[in-house]
Write a protein that binds this ligand. Structure first.
Ligand SMILES: NC(=O)c1ccc[n+]([C@@H]2O[C@H](COP(=O)([O-])OP(=O)(O)OC[C@H]3O[C@@H](n4cnc5c(N)ncnc54)[C@H](OP(=O)(O)O)[C@@H]3O)[C@@H](O)[C@H]2O)c1
Length: 311
């Protein structure tokens, strides 16, 4: 009888940054304690094919199915270029690998933030995201723009804010092109009055700014947020993104009729999503596991939890 080869699961990290973040390597090891990790840093789209072909062939098709590529980095454009170069290698090779993409946690965090706001909206009887007015404050970073992309894909009307109009407009144009509709617009915010303009129509507000930056004061929310029902924040570093909304708040009424979701409540779902993304990628021999899968996982977890609570 011929002996069947057994293959260890190996995660190969391709990181566009100077240092490969230990965060995702630890999540991968926790999801698969018997796995191994190889890491490559400062990876560009020019380097990627050399590494990808070298990991694709030595273990044959069955081994390749146990070799997973995790693409990471803080620069979205560089990450997307490495993803495209990797996918192009797969097209020209006789077999391929699963590719996980979660640039500095941006995809899993945005997926968790949108799913949590959807959950709160359904739980409080405000309905789905379709047709909702959503404002993503500082919606130009990796997390903010991915959240805006997911809200737009859910057919919400999205406003993103930025300190630099051109930067925000580039993000909005890209998302509108991807979803094939003008669903995202931009408001430049450099003053409290402009924050007021950005949130005036919002039923859902998500603060997606850099750590330690307050984007919305309690006074601004009281003055201009008359339509707001749900407010989320992904910044866990003090000062937090929304005054009066604590990191651990999870559906707490922070002001009459306004329910808040803080960064640690979002972070707890984020970790579950990332682990599940990695698990799914290890179950499939090939495929791209990115923000769309991350959101599908997050949304399904939230809907299951709501259904269970109703029973
Ligand atoms: N909760 C979790 O599980 C989790 C996981 C990962 C990340 N995070 C957090 O998520 C947040 C967003 O991450 P990210 O990587 O997307 O952030 P980022 O790129 O560092 O910043 C997001 C945006 O914040 C705006 N910003 C920066 N400094 C500002 C200032 N002084 N005043 C006003 N706006 C400012 C910038 O927008 P403009 O230049 O366009 O104005 C920037 O594009 C961070 O707070 C991060 O710590 C949370």
């Amino acid at each position: 009888m011929t002996e069947q080869p057994s293959f260890k699961t190996v995660f190969v990290f391709l990181d566009t940054d100077k240092y490969c973040s230990p965060f995702d390597m630890l999540v991968a090891i926790d999801a698969f304690p018997d796995s191994m990790i190889f890491k490559y840093e400062n990876v560009t789209d020019e380097d990627a094919p050399k590494i990808v072909y070298d990991l694709l062939f030595p273990r044959g098709p069955m081994g390749a199915a146990h070799t997973k590529i995790f693409i990471n980095g803080s620069n979205f454009d560089m990450v997307n270029a490495v993803v495209a170069a990797t996918q192009s290698c797969m097209k020209s090779a006789p077999w391929g690998n699963s590719i996980i993409v979660d640039p500095r946690g941006g995809y899993s965090t945005a997926a968790a933030a949108v799913a949590k706001t959807l959950g709160a909206s359904l739980e409080k009887g405000f309905g789905t995201l379709e047709g909702k007015n959503v404002t993503v404050l500082a919606g130009t970073g990796p997390v903010g723009q991915t959240a805006a992309r997911i809200y737009a894909a859910e057919k919400a009307t999205v406003t993103i804010t930025t300190r630099t109009m051109a930067k925000g407009q580039a993000v909005a144009d890209k998302i509108n092109e991807e979803v094939g509709a003008q669903r995202v617009k931009v408001v430049e915010v450099r003053s409290s009055e402009q924050t007021g303009v950005a949130i005036k129509a919002a039923e859902i507000i998500l603060a997606a700014g850099a750590g330690g930056i307050q984007l919305l004061s309690a006074d601004e929310l009281a003055k201009h947020g008359g339509k707001c029902k749900i407010v989320g924040d992904i910044n866990a570093i003090k000062p937090l993104g929304v005054e009066g909304l604590g990191s651990n708040d999870d559906g707490k009424e922070i002001k009459t009729g306004v329910y808040g979701i803080g960064a640690l409540a979002i972070g707890s779902l984020k970790i579950k999503i990332e682990k599940e993304m990695i698990k799914r990628a290890t179950m499939e021999p090939q495929g791209l596991f990115d923000y769309a899968i991350a959101y599908e996982i997050g949304k399904s977890k939230i809907l299951k939890k709501l259904a269970k609570a109703k029973k």
